[in-house]
Design a protein. Structure first.
Length: 248
């Protein structure tokens, strides 16, 4: 009986450690600053970009978030949504190449947004919403480099860009892919879908659903590891009893 109990305890410990490793791996993978949705149509109008900032430190709060918008392919008509506890500072930059629009020529655009005054605690995240009037049509993606400052003075720089076909860098910058422009009459990526839901919101929902699916997958993996551990324990018990019966 003592041998059986020892075996069960060992199997249970291995199962718990394996399950924790699976779940922890999922947490680490999602600790980047990201932007949602992660794709829009080129030239999309009247949409929203949400920058999700998780706190990856256990002993410090996030107290400052800076997002840098590209000026070589500027995002036009940027507006910042009020955020409880946070103060947003918007910096404009004169464009090297003015952008011609139906409403006239744009000579400057937002190049940086800095949020201060609030805090994101350990195990928490904050969503920062930024509305735009129009996305560029002359590029395939937009890279939004970001800096995350903690209460202990540490700064995490989410500025690395992934090389084509390469592995994800350690501190990847948030990226929005720009897909082929929607044909005339079909609406833009920020227009309304057939279900009556704004397409931008629909994209955000898709991104959230993808995250939920990943979480469910990790949960299922953990359960499978646990079941395998229980099966091993049961086998050990049966084997131990059989050995005992033979000795008798």
């Amino acid at each position: 009986m003592s041998t059986t109990r020892t075996t069960l305890r060992r199997v249970g410990l291995v199962t718990a450690l394996a399950t924790a490793a699976v779940l922890t791996a999922g947490g680490v993978a999602s600790a980047h600053v990201t932007v949602h949705p992660d794709s829009y149509a080129k030239g999309a109008t009247d949409g929203v970009l949400t920058f999700r900032v998780p706190n990856e430190e256990d002993t410090a709060d996030t107290t400052k978030v800076q997002v840098f918008l590209p000026t070589d392919h500027p995002v036009l008509g940027v507006l910042v949504s009020p955020q409880d506890g946070w103060t947003a500072k918007v910096t404009n930059t004169k464009l090297k190449t003015p952008v011609k629009t139906d409403d006239g020529t744009i000579t400057d655009a937002v190049s940086e947004i800095t949020w201060t005054g609030g805090k994101i605690g350990a195990g928490q995240y904050e969503d920062f919403d930024v509305a735009f009037g129009q996305l560029p049509e002359d590029t395939g993606q937009l890279t939004f480099k970001a800096l995350q400052t903690y209460s202990d003075g540490k700064i995490t720089r989410w500025i690395d860009e992934a090389e084509s076909g390469g592995e994800e860098p350690e501190n990847p910058a948030p990226v929005v892919k720009l897909t082929a422009k929607v044909a005339q009459g079909e609406g833009s990526s920020a227009s309304t879908t057939s279900s009556g839901v704004p397409r931008s919101a629909d994209s955000s929902t898709s991104a959230t659903s993808s995250s939920d699916s990943t979480a469910r997958g990790l949960g299922i993996a953990g359960l499978i590891v646990g079941l395998l551990g229980l099966a091993a324990a049961a086998f050990a018990v049966v084997r131990g009893r059989s050995a005992g019966s033979r000795r008798e």
